[in-house]
Design a protein around this ligand. Structure first.
Ligand code: GUN
Length: 282
């Protein structure tokens, strides 16, 4: 059995946020994040509360704009227009998922690209996918890349396999890994024989929302395994990876909770600070 390095994402996020708080305080700045929350979703309520608390701790103002689930699309678009036009607001996120009736792409495309700290606007997504860079990058993939870097995981020339092709994680993460010199395979729910592909991965990222999907025989000896999943198994939180089974076979592994999750918020705060600086020519 090999030793598996278990990454402590909580600690990394704490250090990042402390540094960010110090930088914001030194600049005597007051960045502002607007969070748009439509309808009621228990998981979104928890995420949004955590985002707000961590913003406030870092010296970032955060206001949650709540809209009823039956709100007209025009009213939601008009709120986004107001936030876009308000010079006090530096970053805007529309918490996902939206209730099913909404045209998600239309709504995400309405956020000003300069305030799109989620990186979901097609302009920012295109800058990333094309390799041009310079736009905002979604927080969860950024958090994954930061953990890989902090733990000195070599990327150039490696085979990375991403499970899941979502706009929030899988697609932008595949682009980031490709931009760092990985050969990238993206597998998803239509992929035939997923486990033969994952077994070839030097770096495996699971972001599909399937509790404990990745089993011991899905990975090769010494693979780096990053678990983005946040699922409930009974009452208990678990990831997309069978954590206990992979300990002793993976070289590096992230836990759930306490791995990628805390890094997502840290990266959102960094994006909000970056938006503030861009808007103030700092
Ligand atoms: N829902 C789950 N993750 C995210 C995220 O990173 N941003 C937003 N806006 N919604 C989410």
């Amino acid at each position: 059995m090999r030793d598996t390095l278990i990454i402590n994402g909580r600690l990394s996020a704490e250090v990042l946020e402390q540094n960010l708080a110090a930088e914001i305080a030194a600049a005597q700045a007051k960045p502002f994040l607007a969070v748009v929350l439509v309808g009621h979703n228990d998981a979104s309520e928890v995420y949004v509360r955590n985002k707000r608390n961590r913003c406030l701790k870092a010296g970032i103002a955060c206001e949650i704009f709540r809209l009823d689930e039956n709100v007209a699309e025009s009213e939601l678009l008009s709120l986004i227009d107001d936030l876009n036009a308000n010079p006090v607001v530096n970053g805007i996120i529309v918490q996902l998922p939206l209730p099913l009736e909404f045209d998600v792409q239309k709504i995400l495309a309405r956020v000003s690209p300069a305030k799109d700290v989620d990186g979901f606007h097609p302009l920012n997504a295109g800058l990333l996918a094309s390799g041009f860079g310079g736009g905002f990058v979604p927080a969860t993939p950024l958090g994954v890349m930061r953990l890989l870097k902090e733990n000195n995981v070599e990327l150039c020339g490696k085979h990375a396999v991403v499970i899941g092709a979502s706009v929030i994680v899988g697609r932008p993460l595949a682009a980031l890994l490709l931009n760092q010199g990985c050969s990238v395979s993206v597998v998803h729910d239509k992929t035939v024989d997923i486990e033969t592909i994952t077994a070839e991965a030097d770096i495996l990222v699971a972001a599909c929302g399937c509790p404990k999907l990745v089993k011991k025989d899905w990975i090769k000896e010494g693979a780096v395994v990053i678990d983005v999943g946040i699922n409930r198994d009974g009452g208990k939180l678990c990831g997309d990876v069978d954590f206990e089974a992979l300990c002793g076979k993976a070289s590096v592994l992230t836990p759930v909770p306490g791995g990628v999750g805390p890094m997502t918020i840290a990266m959102l705060l960094e994006n909000t600070w970056a938006a503030y600086k861009q808007q103030h020519n700092l």
